[in-house]
Design a protein around this ligand. Structure first.
Ligand SMILES: Cc1ncc(COP(=O)(O)O)c(C=O)c1O
Length: 434
């Protein structure tokens, strides 16, 4: 059971944070304040160990403090081959680019951009494609999320739908999902055909998530992305697949787009790639990414320490077949979640792929309360979706079968407690959420 004091009053570290760190960086659902992490657990101030079913928004792909990452970081830090790529190259960044090219399907001569965060990888990609093609237009989907910087937020459907200023050359298409996904897909394709017919020669790229994650864990209907890609290719528009949240093994294959039978023109990576260190990447055609020198520079991009961490993450995922592990643990989790659905009226839908799963609840406040209660019980997960009513489940790929069972038992308890009225509106009202 949780420490009652911890539940009543936010921990001291949490209160100290509020006094010094900007609120613009916060998205909080409960006062989680950590001092350490190990495997799939975070250690709170006071020593309580909580099971992290979110991997900190799918970033801690190998969990916390994985020896492969720790050793790579410590080796790279001791050698310290410069700090970035602007006016020197370094061995760790070159090796990482070689590894990314080797593991990412694609044709023709390609190049790798290295950045710090999914947001800047997507932003640099769009800027570079616009520059290379001379076309200003960008397409994306309602509900999609591609980043939180000036450019990336302005072509993120989720943000624009919520009132963020849209990029002036952005067109958003509806994302097919739910029971009418097949008909919706046809309607979206018809809309895309019309757009391409009218002004295809002014459109540079379409950005898509192979599973819309923050927008509610929406898996595309079969054949939809392939049909989109075919149309884009005929119009000379590039398909950018944003694998930042669901890529690198999480869905049961190394790349989430591989479930769709497509080879995107550009693939962007982030989050999981660094296993907790800040690094992102884009892999795409040389004629696009070599367009102009000194065009998308960040002083510490290609940092050898972050690049070494990413190299270790990639190697571990491939050598230990963590995609296969994600498929197996995903099946186990999904079966358990389906059972919860049959027992708890609050659960409306269970969906996703591998270890990228969503549990839709009937109401926003229920989702906030279940997340809060789960944290009280020692389990970390967060809500997503335009209505914040979908519990997102994206644990570290190294989660064990026993940890999956433990998580399911805690979630079962949290649902039962919320159904019994254990969490008040006032308690969750203290945390802003999305
Ligand atoms: C699909 C997708 N793309 C891009 C981003 C932005 O990544 P970051 O927050 O690491 O900049 C996110 C973040 O949630 C994401 O889910």
């Amino acid at each position: 059971m949780p420490d009652p004091q911890l539940v009543q009053d936010a921990p001291a570290l949490y209160r100290r944070e509020q006094a010094v760190l900007a609120a613009t960086q916060r998205l909080r659902f409960f006062p989680l304040a950590v001092v350490a992490g190990e495997g799939c657990r975070l250690v709170e101030e006071g020593g309580r160990r909580v099971l992290d079913l979110s991997a900190s928004w799918a970033i801690a792909s190998l969990g916390y403090g994985h020896p492969a990452v720790r050793d790579a970081v410590s080796r790279a830090m001791s050698a310290m081959a410069g700090v970035g790529l602007v006016s020197t190259c370094n061995v760790e960044a070159v090796q990482l680019a070689e590894a990314l090219l080797a593991c990412t399907p694609g044709t023709g001569e390609r190049r790798v951009y290295l950045g710090h965060s999914g947001s800047d990888a997507n932003e640099a990609t769009v800027r570079t494609i616009r520059r290379a093609t001379g076309r200003p237009g960008v397409l994306a989907f309602h509900g999609s999320y591609h980043g939180g910087l000036a450019g990336s937020s302005q072509f993120s459907g989720l943000m624009v739908d919520a009132g963020e200023q849209a990029d002036g050359d952005l067109s958003l298409l509806p994302y097919p999902s739910g029971p009418s996904a097949a008909e919706d897909a046809q309607a979206t394709l018809t809309q895309l055909d019309a757009l391409l017919e009218q002004r295809g020669d002014t459109i540079a790229a379409l950005l898509c998530e192979p599973i819309v994650s923050d927008g509610g864990v929406l898996v595309p209907p079969p054949g939809f992305l392939a049909a989109v890609h075919e149309r884009l290719t005929s119009a000379g528009v590039l398909l950018v697949c944003d694998e930042v949240k669901v890529g690198l093994g999480r869905t049961g294959l190394l790349h989430a787009f591989q479930h769709e039978g497509i080879t995107p023109d550009v693939v962007t990576f982030g989050k999981a790639l660094g296993g907790g260190l800040p690094i992102s990447a884009a892999v795409g055609p040389a004629h696009v990414f070599d367009t102009a020198e000194a065009f998308t520079m960040l002083g510490t991009a290609g940092n050898p320490v972050a690049a070494a961490a990413a190299g270790a993450v990639l190697r571990t995922i491939v050598e230990e077949d963590l995609a296969g592990a994600a498929a197996a643990r995903g099946d186990q989790l999904r079966a358990g979640l389906e059972q919860l659905r049959s027992r708890h009226p609050a659960v409306v839908d269970v969906r996703g792929r591998g270890l990228s799963l969503g549990v839709q609840l009937g109401a926003t406040s229920t989702a906030a309360k279940v997340c809060y209660r789960a944290w009280e019980l020692g389990l970390v997960l967060y809500p997503v979706g335009p209505d914040s009513d979908v519990l997102e489940i994206t644990p570290p790929l190294v989660i064990s079968p026993a940890e999956v069972e433990e998580a399911l038992a805690l979630l079962d308890q949290a649902l039962a407690d919320v159904e019994a009225g254990a969490v008040s509106d006032e308690t969750v009202g203290r945390y802003q959420g999305w």
